[in-house]
Design a protein around this ligand. Structure first.
Ligand code: HEC
Ligand code: HEC
Length: 265
């Protein structure tokens, strides 16, 4: 046993290829380049989709009958967090006041590499406080039903679900695309990309797309035959127009491999 453990340690030391997968440019060495990388991640990871384009929080409701549903003002809150606390919040779902945490997709952010997380944190530190504090978050009726039925859990339950049931591993060739999809798509398409009842389709649907068509969707939101695919078109324009061409290709290759080789799942 002992010898095995020692041998494994020795091998790990000789082969530091255990480097974590990251978005392109996470390893930049200047502060300015890392901050720019972190800023790009706030689009791809949808921070701005929920907290508003200026990250000052906004009313997220889409139906008048739900009343206002606020996301908090990030620019007023980050300075209250130490670096370690920000990590606890964003990758572990634990806010500094210890309250139960809901709805923010920390279950997807838990997979962020140390380098991607550091760049994100460094960018958040550059935000100038602006706007006003907003009332606490509450669910709309549909999401509340999901909570009651146990389909949607609190941050800790979600983190466990996503960790224990990740998207299909299609092999080393697709590992990077899988990392990108796991952090950029699972927020809405669920832990294994199987889709979310009453919200999103399983990404098996990508099997109907050719590589150029899926690339197009993730570039400017145009779906098959140039069709607008509603909320997904908006998400693509807002978030995925910020992917680099290599990142987009890796996601497309992984999502297509997953959709077209169901036997491997
Ligand atoms: C799907 C919507 C959504 C996305 C995406 C999202 N957030 Fe949030 N965020 C929320 C909600 C809702 C809360 C409040 C949750 C609660 O109080 O239980 C919150 C809370 C926060 C807080 C405040 C924590 C506190 O002390 O109250 C910060 C800071 C924050 N988010 C930063 C981010 C960053 C950075 C990203 C992107 C990496 C992000 N959020 C992505 C919805 C979102
Ligand atoms: C913020 C939420 C959100 C995120 C993040 C998201 N999607 Fe979607 N996606 C949706 C919704 C909602 C639909 C259903 C749109 C409809 O049919 O009205 C959808 C539909 C789709 C479709 C089907 C389009 C069609 O032809 O009907 C594909 C393919 C897709 N998403 C791929 C992706 C990929 C790949 C990612 C990650 C790079 C991703 N999505 C991330 C919300 C999201």
């Amino acid at each position: 046993m002992r010898h095995w453990a020692l041998a494994a340690l020795f091998l790990a030391a000789c082969h530091p290829q255990t480097k974590q997968l990251s978005y392109e440019g996470a390893d930049k060495t200047t502060d300015a380049a890392r901050i720019e990388h972190g800023k790009r991640l706030t689009y791809i990871l949808d921070c701005r989709g929920c907290h508003g384009e200026n990250l000052q929080g906004e009313d997220m409701s889409d139906k008048p009958e739900d009343g206002a549903i606020y996301s908090p003002n990030v620019t007023l809150l980050v300075s209250k967090y130490s670096d370690a606390q920000l990590d606890q919040l964003l990758r572990h779902g634990k806010p500094r006041d210890g309250r139960e945490f809901w709805f923010m997709p920390v279950e997807s952010f838990q997979f962020l590499s140390d380098e991607d997380f550091a760049a994100l944190r460094e960018y958040l530190r550059t935000l100038k406080p602006g706007g006003r504090p907003l009332p606490p978050f509450k669910f709309n009726a549909v999401e509340y039903k999901d909570v009651e039925q146990g389909i949607l859990g609190n941050a800790q339950a979600q983190i466990r679900k996503y960790r224990d049931h990740p998207p299909a591993d299609m092999g080393a060739q697709y590992a990077w695309g899988r990392y990108l999809a796991q952090t950029a798509c699972s927020e809405c398409h669920n832990n294994a990309l199987q889709g979310w009842p009453n919200f999103t389709p399983s990404l098996d649907i990508a099997g109907a797309y050719s590589k150029p068509e899926l690339t197009q969707l993730l570039t400017d939101g145009r779906g098959k035959m140039g069709k607008d695919v509603g909320p997904m078109s908006r998400v693509a324009r807002r978030n995925f127009s910020h992917l680099t061409p290599r990142e987009r290709e890796a996601i497309v290759d992984y999502v297509l491999a997953r959709a077209n080789q169901p036997a491997k799942r």
